[in-house]
Design a protein around this ligand. Structure first.
Ligand code: SME
Length: 165
C-alpha cells in the first residue's frame, strides 16, 4: 500500500468511528507492512510534560518507552520541530540504540503548524532506507493522523472529557 491507500483505509476506519488509539495502531500496522525495509515501526506521542511516550509499535521491544524532548533522534526532532532522516545511525551522535541491527532511522512529526502531537518512527536494518519518495508517502499518513488528533482534541473539548493532547 502506498500513502494514499493507507489514508483511504484509515478513512474507512474513521467512518466506523474507531477511536484515536485504534487509528494509531492501524496506521502503524499498514505502514509497517507497506515496505520490506521497515523493521521497526512505531508512534511516540508527545505529552504535556515534554516527554514522548511509546504508543503502538511493531518490531522488537525497546527500552526507550519514554524519551525526553531533546534526547535521541526522536526527542531532537521535536526540539528542532523538524523531521529527521538518518541514513547511518552510527554517524549520529544523538542516537538512542533500540536494536544493534538498526542502520537507518526516519522520524516524521505528526503536527499542525507549530503544534506537535506525536511522531512516526521507523527503523531499518538497511543503510539509507528512506528515499524522498518513501518519506513523502509516510508524510501523507502523518498529515492524516494530525487531522485525526485535531478532531480528537475538538471532540474531547466539546464533551468536556480529558484528552492526551
Ligand atoms: N532511535 C531512537 C529511539 C527509539 S528506537 O529507535 C525505537 C532515538 O534515537 O531517539
Amino acid at each position: 500500500m502506498n500513502g494514499d491507500e493507507i489514508c483511504q483505509k484509515l478513512d474507512s476506519l474513521w467512518a466506523e468511528r474507531v477511536d484515536i488509539d485504534q487509528l494509531l495502531a492501524s496506521a502503524v500496522e499498514y505502514l509497517h507492512h507497506s515496505n520490506p525495509r521497515f523493521h521497526w515501526t512505531g508512534i511516540y506521542e508527545l505529552f504535556p510534560d515534554n516527554v514522548l511516550r511509546l504508543g503502538p509499535f511493531i518490531g522488537a521491544p525497546t527500552d526507550h518507552v519514554f524519551i525526553a524532548v531533546g534526547q535521541g533522534v526522536c526527542g531532537s526532532a521535536v526540539a528542532e520541530k523538524r523531521n529527521k532522516n538518518i541514513p547511518d545511525v552510527t554517524k549520529e551522535p544523538n542516537y538512542l540504540a533500540c536494536s544493534s541491527a538498526t542502520q537507518s532511522e526516519l522520524v516524521v512529526l505528526i503536527r499542525k503548524g507549530e503544534t506537535i502531537f506525536a511522531q512516526i518512527d521507523i527503523d531499518s536494518h538497511e543503510y539509507d532506507a528512506f528515499d524522498p519518495h518513501t518519506v513523502k508517502e509516510i508524510e501523507k499518513v502523518a498529515d492524516w493522523l494530525a487531522n485525526a488528533y485535531m478532531w480528537h482534541l475538538k471532540s474531547g473539548i466539546l464533551q468536556g472529557g480529558s484528552t492526551k493532547v
